[in-house]
Design a binder for this molecule. Sequence first.
Ligand code: PGA
Length: 258
Amino acid sequence: MPSRRPIVFGNWKMNGLGRDARALADALKGQGRPAEGTLGVFPPFTQLAAVAERLAGSGIVVGAQDCHEAAKGAFTGSVCASMIADAGATAVILGHSERRHGLGETDAVVHAKAQAALAAGLATVVICIGETEAEYLDRRTLAVLDRQVEGSIPAGIDAKCLVVAYEPVWAIGTGRTPTIDEIGQVHAHLRRKLIGHLGEGGRSVPVQYGGSVKGANAEAILGVADVDGALVGGASLDPAEFTKIFTAGGGRFAAPGS
Ligand code: PGA
């Protein structure tokens, strides 16, 4: 994973029929190759191969939103990491709060999925962590994040394959965000924690902020010292808004054809 800032990923969640996915991919590709920073999209499984094919050679990362922890087998309805790679994708989001809190996914499961993803040859795992509103109000944010880092991120992981996304659960899809100061404090803490957990490699692991990032707040959030990028949900479905977040954070496209 190129570590140059900003690293802006769009999580399409359960959105995107074929026509929408093709239009979104084409609109992003039409901007030209990302020349400064890294851009990526995470469509639903049904659109993964089509989007990967459309974006092949564009310099835009394509990934899935989850994978199963087993390499294959009798797991009806599930998709394993080698299937994701086979579809042409190179990355996967793991431990998103909608899976942790909506589907009961534990740190141990996220840890196992990360190992499965890397064993299958995916280049990048994006591991999401974040506190609930009750934990935030209780001032337990840092303790919760520490537990999630220790439990979800394999200590032996190659740091070059890892992106961490800090996403306060209460900021996702709500239009609310922590203050810029709070985001700065959490990210500074996470940097120290990642160095403690992974050793020197933890110094270069990109840490994204996610939760209600829009064109209007991107410059302020992505300007925070330890914020290396953004994981974007709703706003990633609008190519103009998504592009605005990327460029507000210092991203730049090469002119088409160059
Ligand atoms: P949001 O979602 O940008 O719609 O708040 C972020 C996410 O869930 O990754």
